[in-house]
Design a protein around this ligand. Structure first.
Ligand code: NDP
Ligand code: 8X3
Length: 252
């Protein structure tokens, strides 16, 4: 029987690339996101090679998440790998000029959404047992501060600590948990963060070699297919062309 991956945020970026990678490797797919037209197109393409179930799902809606998982078709019930990927950053400006709603949207998606899906799928993963994994998409922003990261970075720090804490509770169940924390990667992420500013997005990725969505999809697949007894707790992945910078100092 083929293994089954459940991907949140499969309509774009890392989630979309993960769908392709896992399909290439023969896994059945459950792909979710809010944009149905994209899910439909991806399902049409990838179902040529593997079974695909697609379902619109807003991760921040806990009733909807529970209903989607409750009503998975029989052939897709034994999920082997959950990729908690749906997420976003908003408002790259300083905290003092951010709309409160933008902070709430990041918390609702990156924290509450990830928790909603995890809670709904944990009984399944524990039932399936050895070899199952939860891959949470964190960020370098969860470990390293920078201006304009405010609540975004804080939500990804939550992802890191929640991943570690889950491991403590899941000890003995065979379920693995990994926080994959990417650095700069060229997806629709910056377009979303700037609320549609294509020029700002292009400028960020211009002249450097950012990570590609496929790089992270390959990393997810690597993590999900390690021998059952191995758990990578956290994996921070930066492009070679990215590193830390010095502390900022205010002068009178
Ligand atoms: P994209 O904007 O390309 O993809 C984001 C995905 O999340 C989309 O499929 C979107 O689908 C989905 N999504 C957003 N909000 C919701 C929601 N409420 N419910 C369900 N799905 C939602 O960005 P990335 O691929 O780059 O981002 C994926 C993850 O990677 C995020 O968690 C992000 O924080 C993280 N990350 C990104 C980095 C980067 O530089 N690109 C680096 C480090 C981490 P839809 O709109 O159809 O719902
Ligand atoms: C996205 C990477 O560097 O913009 O999580 O915070 S970064």
């Amino acid at each position: 029987m083929s293994k089954i991956v459940f991907i949140t945020g499969a309509t774009s970026g890392f989630g979309r690339a993960a769908a392709t990678k896992f399909a290439q490797e023969g896994w059945s797919l459950i792909i979710t996101g809010r944009r149905e037209d994209r899910l439909q197109a991806i399902a049409e393409e990838l179902s040529q090679s593997v079974p695909v179930h697609y379902q619109t799902m807003d991760v921040s809606d806990k009733e909807q998440v529970a209903a989607v998982i409750e009503s998975l078709p029989d052939a897709f019930k034994d999920v082997t790998c959950l990729i908690n990927n749906a997420g976003l950053a908003l408002a790259p400006q300083p905290s003092q000029s951010v709309e409160l709603d933008d902070w709430h949207t990041m918390i609702d998606t990156n924290i509450k959404g990830l928790v909603n899906v995890t809670h709904a799928l944990l009984p399944t993963l524990i039932r399936v047992g050895n070899g199952t994994s939860i891959i949470n998409v964190g960020s370098i922003a969860g470990a390293w501060p920078y201006p304009g990261s405010h609540v975004y970075g804080a939500t990804k720090a939550f992802v890191k600590q929640f991943s570690y804490n889950l491991r403590c509770d899941l000890l003995g169940t065979g379920v693995r948990v990994t926080d994959i924390a990417p650095g700069i990667a060229e997806t629709e992420f910056t377009l979303v963060r700037t609320k549609g500013d294509q020029a700002a997005s292009d400028a960020l990725y211009q002249g450097t070699r950012a990570l590609a969505a496929q790089d992270i999809a390959n990393t997810m697949f690597y993590v999900a297919t390690l021998p059952d007894h191995m758990n990578i707790n956290r994996m921070e992945v930066m492009p070679t062309d990215q590193a830390w910078s010095l502390f900022a100092i205010h002068r009178q």
